[in-house]
Design a protein around this ligand. Structure first.
Ligand code: DP6
Length: 326
């Protein structure tokens, strides 16, 4: 027999960034972060996991290519989910798996991203959130979303926020074992429906420095990092929660841009900007623009298309996702 489960998780864009770990192995951050989870139709990972007594080992394929599962992060996620697996019986009562049997059953995992992998668009966030969620479904794990987010965190920090839709906060937690470092939903996807996120993909090449090593380097060398984590981010997080609660775009945009700027260790002086749109950059070169409504988003897109006209006039290859916006 073979048993399968499929799940889909969108990526998320941090508006208050996670940058720096206090524990590399458990992936514990030095500050709280807040993100917006995208619509699953647009940028998401789709993962199918299968289990069968005939599989001799765990294997995984990413976008059709087999990848190694030897990395500690995959192993942590698999181990944590296996630990919490429960008795399973299918509807026809043909397949019965006891809690303790999951340890000896191997999985095959196939995952697809519908957007460039590792170009700084948080593909690891969607990927690990989806992996943990789908494995949990397959193995009949009964944990709540908070616990699942804490497991996804051990795959990639930002993945813990993709377990929820809408606006999500990753609470850094205080405990050394990381059990209180998990995501909570601040508001669901319907809360601020007018917001439109435009991602200007200027390069879909794999980024040269991974977030993992980039932030490691910052922790070791940046004099700004601890100041940012301890002094700046805590009050920014509070203000951002308030801005989201009140759908206050001016404050939201100001905080988002200021945090992107500080994360990139450039200037913090964005006070004189007229807040019609917010921008934020992750670790790759691609710009993420957040507009307060569809009308402004349409104007912005038209301007972008005017400034950077597509070579072949074929908008379908240039504009993915919601085309009705034009
Ligand atoms: C700039 O979650 O990819 O996107 O935990 O080492 O896997 P690891 O890093 P990752 O870092 C994301 C960094 C960021 C900001 C953010 O998403 O908060």
């Amino acid at each position: 027999w073979i048993l399968m489960a499929t799940g889909r998780s969108p990526t998320n864009i941090a508006v208050i960034k996670y940058w720096g770990k206090r524990d590399e192995a458990l992936i514990l951050p030095v500050n709280d972060s807040i993100s917006v989870t995208l619509d699953p139709d647009h940028l998401s990972a789709t993962t199918t996991v299968a289990v069968s007594p005939s599989f001799p080992s765990d294997r995984m394929w990413l976008n059709g290519k087999e990848i190694s599962l030897s990395g500690g992060r995959f192993q942590s996620c698999l181990r944590e989910i296996r630990k919490r697996a429960c008795d399973f019986e299918d509807e026809k009562k043909e397949i019965r798996i006891k809690k303790e049997d999951w340890e000896n059953l191997h999985v095959h995992i196939a995952s697809y991203n519908n957007f460039p992998t590792a170009a700084g668009l948080a593909s690891s966030a969607a990927g690990f959130a989806c992996l943990v969620f789908t494995l949990g479904k397959l193995m009949n794990v009964k944990e709540d979303y908070g616990q699942l987010s804490s497991i996804a965190r051990q795959g990639s920090g930002s993945a813990c926020r993709s377990i929820y839709g809408g606006f999500v906060k990753w609470c850094m937690g205080k405990k050394d074992d990381g059990s209180d470092s998990m995501a909570v939903q601040l508001a669901d996807e319907a809360h601020w429906n007018d917001l439109v996120i435009i991602i200007a993909v200027v390069s879909s090449k794999q980024k040269e420095t991974s977030s993992t090593s980039g932030m490691q380097n910052s922790v070791e060398t940046s004099p700004l990092l601890q100041y940012r984590a301890q002094t700046v981010v805590p009050s920014r997080v509070m203000k951002m929660e308030e801005a989201i609660k009140n759908r206050d775009f001016a404050s939201f945009a100001k905080l988002t841009c200021a945090d992107s700027n500080q994360f990139h260790a450039t200037s913090n002086s964005v006070e004189y900007f007229y807040w019609q749109v917010a921008y934020t950059f992750d670790a790759g070169p691609n710009a993420v623009l957040i507009s307060p409504n569809r009308k402004t988003a349409t104007l912005l897109l038209k301007k972008l298309l005017y400034c950077f006209p597509p070579q072949d006039k074929d908008l379908s290859s240039y504009l993915v996702g919601d085309k009705s916006i034009l």
